[in-house]
Ligand binder design. Structure first.
Ligand code: BDR
Ligand code: CA
Length: 311
């Protein structure tokens, strides 16, 4: 059983990740959800997170609002991918649950200090602003975190927001740099993995065939992505990035990767936000992260679809 905090910027794929976590109570306990600005501004991500909790039948979950802008840069958003609301596709009711009191960063710090050391995993699915702010404000928490399993970055697949940078890292490269240098056990789920998690027509149909409000909403969310992606990339289906993080916790044998040095480019205008992973071990820089590289895609979708069927 893993106790986790999901740090997120929903985002349709974030939403599916949250649903997968809630659908897996025997493996995962969601201590709280912390919203961050990313795909859309904070008022929308913190609202969308609550919409998803209610869709999952979990209005009791705690959703905290966090940082509304990167550490030192102007926020870059991705409405061109996720739509105006960040959760375009299904039409879901506005949430009735309120935001939990307090700032997401304080919730992260307090939780890590309250729970036994080494028992809480952080799952960032958006820019790393909340996590880096918590590490800066309370450096002692680095020694308390069990692991950070994050979606971000790329190696062979390079970038999706610039030619060399993945969105979550690009939005707040300074925050990503802090996390990479934190000394915390890190597992990175990059585009190299998530670009294999493609929602084909058959996989989308399988969500809809669940016949539940969750199944139908997930089908509508991934349909929305598909339209965007086909236009841009002409792939056989859109990548479902963020649920890969939760699937890694549930079934790590679906993934392979390497323990390598990973550093973040924070200076160059050309390659800002690039995750420089020393995949071939050509430097003597210290290894700091497990960088995943491959995924059993069908195994991932089988797991995801069957778990979503429980909600
Ligand atoms: C990441 O960026 C966001 O648009 C998605 O939600 C995902 O977390 C993929 O680059
Ligand atoms: Ca996200």
């Amino acid at each position: 059983m893993r106790k986790i905090i999901i740090d997120t910027d929903p985002g349709q794929d974030d939403a599916v990740a949250i649903l997968l976590a809630f659908a897996s109570p025997e493996d995962i306990e969601v201590l709280g959800i912390t919203a961050v600005a990313g795909n859309v501004p904070l008022p929308l991500t913190s609202k969308n997170a609550r919409i998803v909790c209610e869709l999952a039948g979990r209005p009791d979950a705690r959703v905290f609002a966090g940082c509304d802008a990167p550490l030192s840069r102007k926020l870059v958003t991705a409405e061109h991918v996720h739509g105006k609301t960040g959760l375009d596709g299904p039409s879901l009711p506005d949430p009735t649950m309120s935001l939990a009191e307090g700032h997401a960063v304080d919730f992260i710090i307090d939780t890590l200090r309250t729970e036994p050391a080494g028992t809480v995993t952080l799952c960032p699915l958006g820019p790393l602003t909340n996590i880096a702010t918590a590490l800066q404000k309370a450096p002692d928490i680095a020694g308390l975190i069990q692991e950070i399993v994050l979606m971000g970055g790329a190696y062979f697949e390079v970038g999706n927001i610039t030619p060399t940078a993945e969105f979550n890292i690009y939005v707040d490269p300074e925050a990503a740099d802090i996390v990479m240098k934190s000394g915390v056990k890190l597992t990175i789920v990059p585009l190299d993995v998530t670009h294999k998690a493609l929602v084909t027509k058959a996989r989308n149909d399988a969500f809809r065939a669940l016949g539940t409000p969750v199944g139908v909403a997930v089908a509508q969310m991934t349909d929305f992505f598909e339209r965007f992606d086909k236009e841009k990339y002409g792939s056989e289906g859109a990548p479902l990035h963020d649920p890969c993080v939760i699937a890694y916790l549930l079934q790590p044998d679906l993934f392979t990767g390497r323990f390598v040095n990973v550093e973040i480019e924070t200076q160059s205008p050309l390659t800002l936000g690039m995750t420089v992973a020393d995949w071939w071990g050509v430097t003597s820089r210290p290894r700091n992260a497990t960088f995943l590289g491959d995924l059993d895609a069908q195994g991932f979708f089988d797991l995801l679809t069957s778990r979503l069927g429980r909600l």
